[in-house]
Each structure stands twice: as structure tokens, then as C-alpha cells.
Design a protein around this ligand. Structure first.
Ligand code: B1M
Length: 636
């Protein structure tokens, strides 16, 4: 059986002869090719040649975003209008949309002038990003800044034409041959609203826009429906068998209510129409899926790709397979940190593989892959070892046998009920409700009313607002509240504090401490960091946000300038975690280490790593970050 046949059988729910194994190599390859650290015998090979030589299937799902045929292919990244060899369509703007493009040192600013107004975007792709193997652009200026931009973007999309352009796709598919399945790019967003979230607004601001400009956003999503319909039609008419449809599903970012309302209907529509034409819809489910397990299973998608189990997320591989495999095919299953010697010992690696082969028995609807991609520092021999094991022991059906879960699912922990009830101090009930509901307008009025009646500002803040904010924090931790609730409540708090501030002057209401946080150098992930800052601010800490991609010297300079009690470091990539140690070492060198407590966090970070690098504490989420900050302040 060829790799292609094996993969297609797995997708159709039939039994291939053995487990397909298709590791995604692009990130690993680019980084190692740049630094001259590819395995000796593969020094001059492409990543496809390496996979073929090792007998692995080719992973042909994610387009090579920086490998373009012509500059226009990915020029409009910030609008999410893309065309690659992996797509079967090209696009044309309406003749009355004028473009002005200015490029300077990796920054590209585009102005779109339309009959209903102008909008602009700026994307960044630096040499450093390229060397690190990063394939996505960074959007530095988003297209939606305020309500007036919605109509303009709507106009661009309403008048955008997609046309058939599949010559390169066909050639690419032929080159892949029997060594894999060529997935065409439908889109990185699964629905118009998801598209708005992924491309048009800053990741954190999206939740404010979604709330504040609900009407404009709905109208924009509707006008973009035509664009999505055109994609479905083009893909439906093509010879592609697999379709990439949406990325980065995560139960905090694409939280369950949003996923159900604004994403699922389009996955269902695409899967229905394309499924009838013999095409399989695959979604890139690389985030935390604990809160989305049933929604994803029932969404109609045929393949969940980049499935990332514990210890990188809260869902174990056995849980994934048990919950999903009767309805959809899992692609992934090997968390990328498994390939890193610093994180996982050789024995643990072997134990995971042993466990995995039993956990996914009988092996139907399972395609093994490194989720979501092989990290730059992966131990190549481990990849080889997986390939060998698949070859020797991957014949289907696999035998289940007894196994003990390696990592206790964090589900029980995550599903813990709310442990703290709000203190319904009648006097402050209204402002507490305002905080809980995130009503930043009403709260100002209510506070003025309370002040007029003679309530003390300090009481309104402490007994009213802060109590409510703590409840939100706990709800977030227990999975009852999601990012938007936290952000909106925090905004209500901040607006309210502005009204209270003049009345607080002179009272002994010191802040709980000053915390300065940044995402370390090389890392552009900021959603988690922003949330941590919001939650700290919400419960009374003074915060300084240093942004993303912050080099160690910039942290040092900022510590000297702002003199925070606590320095917070966030990292989401295993490749950028060492930067945390670099910052701590630099603090020591400058004689600043004793002046500031250091806390660290981010998905790949854990307690042990924090201890090893000499941090004062680690927090797994925003609510714990608040607890940790309090603890560190008490120790000072
Ligand atoms: Co990226 N990405 N990404 N990504 N991305 C991950 C992190 C990844 C784990 C996906 C996977 O493998 N399943 C993977 C890293 C693998 C690894 O290193 N082992 C990955 C990769 C590979 C990449 C690229 C390299 C992809 C590429 O280009 N080929 C690239 C790298 C870019 C770069 O940084 N140089 C990249 C890019 C992106 C996007 C730009 C598309 C987007 C980021 C958008 C943005 O941040 N503005 C993105 C996203 C969205 C993700 C996932 C899906 C979600 C991350 C997130 O925001 N979660 C992520 C998958 C995952 O994490 N499982 C993934 C929601 C957020 C609220 O949670 O950030 O964990 P989180 O924050 C939590 C806690 O961690 C904690 O509290 C927060 C709130 O509860 N916390 C702290 C965080 N910081 C803290 C600090 C503290 C305390 C607690 O104290 C100071």
C-alpha cells in the first residue's frame, strides 16, 4: 500500500495496512538548514527528500507560506487573501480598488482605496523570523481600527473575484505522487467571522470589537460570505482530495460559544458540499481543545489535523481517540516537545510511544504526525525511531492491551466548580453586576450615584468591584468564563477606577504591587500575556506591558527604569524558552536579581523549568498568575 492509499483509507475510516506516519518538517528544516545543523547525510537535501529517504509519508497540508510564485501571492496576508501553488484559485480585486504598496526593511504597508473609503495594513517579516523558520507574517497594523473601516473592508470582499488557477497545484500534486495526499488551501480561517478574528483585528482587541461593533462585524461577516462561497466552489471543482479549512482552534481563543455560533456552521457547510464531491475537510486543531471536544467532533469536519495531546495540552491521546475516532480522523498525536531532549528523557519518549500505540488501538482513523510541527531542536534520531516503530509495530489492527494513562488528564482539575461565591453586599450589588457583565458604560453612572449617596471610594473599589473581578478570575480558571468575559470585566473595572481615582487620592490605597511583563525575544505570541496583564490589573496590580519579542537587554533597561516588584516573562515556543534564562542571567549580571521577583508562564513552560532557570515562580494560567503575584509580593 502506498502512503497516499494509507492516508486516504485512514480518512475514509477504512483500515490501512499500517499506521500512516507523516511528520511536518518545514519549521525544523528551515531553522536547521539556515544554521547548518541538518543531519550530516541530509545536508544538501530538501525536506521532502529527507522524508522520502526515511520512508515517511509527505506532510502536505500546510502551505509553504513564504514560498511564493510571485510577490502578490502573500502580499495581502493582513486581509487573508492568499494564493499559492497549494491553492486552486487566484484572485482579482475590483478595478475601482486602488492599491498603494510601500516596502521597507521587511515591513510592507498597503493602502487600499475604494469608492467607500480607504484602509491600510502593515505586515512584518524579518530576516530573523526567516532564520527561525517562522512561516507566518506578523501583522503590525490591522485593517480594522474603528467602526468606519468595516464598510470599506466589506466593499473589498464583496467585489473580490476568485478564478480557477490550478495549474501549479496539479503539478505539485503530481510531484507528491503516491508519497502523500496534496491538500489544497481553502483558507486559514474556517468562516467569515473566524477570518475577521484571525486577520483583521489584533488578537486581544478582537473581543472588544466583537462586543462593541457587533452590528458592523455581523454585516462584514455577511458580505464576506460570498468570498467563502467562491472558495468552496473553486475547491469543489478541483481535483484536490483534501482541503485545509481553518487553523488554530483553541478553547480560549475560539471559545466554545463563539466556535459553535460563528465557526461550526461554515465547517458544516464546507464539509457537506465538498464531502458530496469526494473531498475531505481538514481543520488545524493545534490549540487546547478540551472545551471544544464535542463541538469539533460534531462539526462535520472529516479530519482534525495537528492534534496536540498532553503534556502540551490538557487532553490525553487516549481521550482524543476515544471521543473522536468514530466520527473523524485524527492527524497528529505526537506532541512536539516529545522530540526535545531538554523536555523529555529517552525513557519517557519510549514510554510515550509504547503508550500511544496502545491508546489508539485498533488504529482506525489515525494518521501519526508531529503536532503541530517538528521543532527546530528536535532530536532527529527520535523521528527516525518513530518511523521504525511504525514500520515494525504499526500493522493494523493494533492491539489495545492494558495501559496506565501516562499523564493524568487535567480534565477533573479544569472542570472544578466555582469555589468562591460573590459577596452580595447589597450596597454594591449594581457595580458588582456591572463588572460581571463587563458593562463599562453603566458602571460609571452607578459609581457616581454611589459617591453621591456618600459611599466611600475605597469601599466601592474593594468591597464592590475587586470582589466581582476575583469571581471572574475564578470562573475563568474553572472554565465557566472565557477570554471575552475577562477582558470586558477588566475594561469595566478600568473605566470605573478612572471615575474613582480623584476620590481615592489621599486614602491609603496602595496598589498591590507593580508587575512588568513581556513576551521574550523571538516570540510573537501575546494573547496569553495580555490576558495575564488584564487579570493582574483587574485585581489591583499596577502593570507595565513590554510587548512581544523583547530581548534580554530591553528587559534589563525596563527593570532599571520602572523598578517593578515582579518581572513576568511569557514564552509560547520551546525555542524561545531559553530566552527566559537569558533574562534571569542578565539580571544577575547587572546586580538586579535581588531587587525583582521573576515569574514565568506560557504553554510549554512548567514548574521544573522555572526552578531550573532560577525563576521565583511559575503560573499555568491567568488566575494562577494573580495568586503567584500575591504570594511573591508577600515574600518581598
Ligand atoms: Co503559534 N504555536 N506559532 N501562533 N500557537 C503554538 C504555541 C504551538 C504550541 C502550536 C502547537 O504546536 N500545537 C506551537 C509551538 C510548538 C512548540 O514550540 N513546541 C506554535 C508554533 C509552532 C508557531 C509558529 C512557529 C508557526 C509557524 O510560523 N510555522 C509561529 C511562531 C511565531 C513566533 O512567535 N515567532 C506561530 C504563530 C502563531 C500565530 C501568530 C498564528 C498565533 C499567535 C497570535 C498572537 O498571539 N497574537 C498562534 C497561536 C494562536 C497559537 C496557539 C494555537 C494558541 C496560543 C494562545 O494564544 N492560546 C498555540 C497552541 C497552544 O498553545 N496549545 C500555538 C490562548 C492563550 C490565552 O493561552 O498563550 O497559553 P496561552 O496563555 C495562558 C497560559 O499559558 C498562561 O496564562 C495564559 C492565560 O491563561 N501564561 C502565563 C502565558 N504567559 C504567561 C506569563 C505568566 C504567567 C502565565 O507570567 C509572566
Amino acid at each position: 500500500m502506498t502512503h497516499r492509499e494509507r492516508i486516504l483509507r485512514a480518512i475514509r475510516g477504512e483500515m490501512p495496512d499500517r499506521l500512516p506516519f507523516a511528520p511536518r518538517l518545514d519549521l525544523w528544516y528551515t531553522a536547521n538548514a539556515q544554521s547548518g545543523t541538518l543531519p550530516e547525510k541530509y545536508k544538501t537535501c530538501s525536506f521532502d527528500e529527507i522524508a522520502r529517504a526515511e520512508g515517511w509519508a509527505l506532510h502536505k497540508i500546510n502551505p509553504e507560506y513564504q514560498q511564493v510564485r510571485k510577490p502578490e501571492d502573500n502580499l495581502h496576508w493582513a486581509l487573508g487573501i492568499l494564493s499559492y501553488k497549494e491553492t486552486v484559485y487566484g484572485f482579482k480585486f475590483s478595478p475601482d480598488v486602488e492599491l498603494e504598496v510601500k516596502e521597507n526593511a521587511g515591513r510592507t504597508k498597503i493602502t487600499y482605496r475604494t469608492p467607500v473609503g480607504s484602509v491600510s495594513t502593515t505586515t512584518v517579516y524579518t530576516e530573523e523570523m526567516r532564520k527561525a523558520g517562522v512561516s507566518n507574517f506578523w501583522v503590525d497594523e490591522h485593517v480594522l481600527k474603528g467602526p468606519k473601516d468595516y464598510r470599506v473592508v466589506g466593499y473589498i470582499f464583496e467585489n473580490l473575484k476568485l478564478f480557477r488557477d490550478d495549474r501549479d497545484f496539479l503539478k505539485w500534486k503530481e510531484d507528491i505522487g503516491e508519497d502523500g495526499v496534496a491538500f489544497t488551501l481553502g483558507g486559514r480561517a474556517a468562516s467569515p467571522m473566524h477570518h475577521i478574528q484571525k486577520y483583521f483585528v489584533d488578537a486581544t482587541d478582537f473581543y472588544f470589537h466583537y462586543h462593541d461593533y457587533a452590528k458592523e462585524m455581523r454585516a462584514l461577516a455577511e458580505s464576506m460570505g460570498k468570498f467563502f462561497d467562491q472558495i468552496i466552489q473553486r475547491v469543489g471543482d478541483s481535483s484536490a482530495e483534501g482541503v485545509y479549512w481553518g487553523a488554530n482552534f483553541d478553547d480560549l481563543i475560539t471559545y466554545p460559544a463563539f466556535f459553535e455560533k460563528d465557526i461550526v456552521p461554515w465547517i458544516r457547510k464546507a464539509a457537506d458540499i465538498l464531502g458530496r464531491k469526494g473531498k475531505y475537510v481538514s481543520c488545524h486543531c493545534d490549540g487546547e481543545n478540551l472545551g471544544l471536544l464535542d463541538l469539533i467532533r460534531d462539526s462535520g469536519m472529516h479530519i482534525a489535523e495537528a492534534v496536540t495531546p498532553a503534556p502540551m495540552t490538557k487532553v490525553s491521546i487516549e481521550e482524543y481517540y476515544r471521543r473522536w475516532s468514530d466520527k473523524l480522523t485524527l492527524f497528529g498525536g505526537i506532541p512536539s516537545i516529545l522530540l526535545l531532549r531538554e523536555s523529555i528523557s529517552d525513557e519517557e519518549f519510549e514510554a510515550y510511544l509504547e503508550h500511544l500505540f496502545k491508546a489508539v488501538a485498533p488504529g482506525k482513523r489515525m494518521i501519526l504526525g508531529i503536532a503541530d510541527s517538528t521543532p527546530p531542536k528536535a532530536v532527529f534520531e527520535r523521528l527516525v525511531r518513530i518511523g521504525e516503530k511504525v514500520e515494525k509495530e504499526g500493522r493494523l489492527p493494533l492491539e489495545a492491551g492494558a495501559f496506565r494513562p501516562l499523564i493524568q488528564p487535567a480534565m477533573l482539575e479544569a472542570a472544578k466548580p466555582l469555589s468562591r461565591e460573590i459577596v452580595w453586599d447589597e450596597e454594591f450589588r449594581q457595580v458588582q453586576n456591572d463588572v460581571l457583565e463587563g458593562d463599562h458604560v453603566a458602571i460609571q453612572e452607578h459609581i457616581r450615584g454611589l459617591l453621591k449617596k456618600g459611599a466611600k471610594a475605597e469601599d466601592i473599589l474593594k468591597r464592590g468591584m475587586l470582589t466581582a473581578m476575583e469571581v471572574i478570575s475564578e470562573r475563568f480558571k474553572s472554565g465557566e468564563a472565557f477570554i471575552p468575559e475577562v477582558l470586558l470585566s477588566a475594561r469595566a473595572m478600568n473605566e470605573a477606577v478612572r471615575v474613582l481615582e480623584p476620590h481615592l487620592a489621599g486614602t491609603q490605597l496602595a496598589t498591590k504591587g507593580k508587575v512588568m511583563i513581556g513576551t521574550v525575544k523571538g516570540d510573537l505570541h501575546d494573547i496569553g500575556k495580555n490576558l495575564v496583564i488584564t487579570m493582574l490589573k483587574g485585581v489591583g496590580f499596577e502593570t507595565v506591558d513590554l510587548g512581544i519579542d523583547v530581548p534580554a537587554p530591553a528587559f534589563i533597561k525596563a527593570v532599571e527604569e520602572h523598578k517593578p516588584h515582579i518581572l513576568g516573562l511569557s514564552a509560547l515556543l520551546t525555542t524561545t524558552m531559553p530566552q527566559m534564562k537569558a533574562v534571569i542571567d542578565a539580571l544577575k549580571q547587572k546586580g538586579l536579581r535581588d531587587r525583582v521577583k521573576v515569574m514565568v508562564g506560557g504553554a510549554p513552560v512548567n514548574e521544573k523549568f522555572a526552578r531550573d532557570i532560577g525563576a521565583d515562580g511559575y503560573a499555568p494560567d491567568g488566575a494562577e498568575a494573580v495568586n503567584l503575584a500575591r504570594k511573591l509580593m508577600a515574600e518581598k
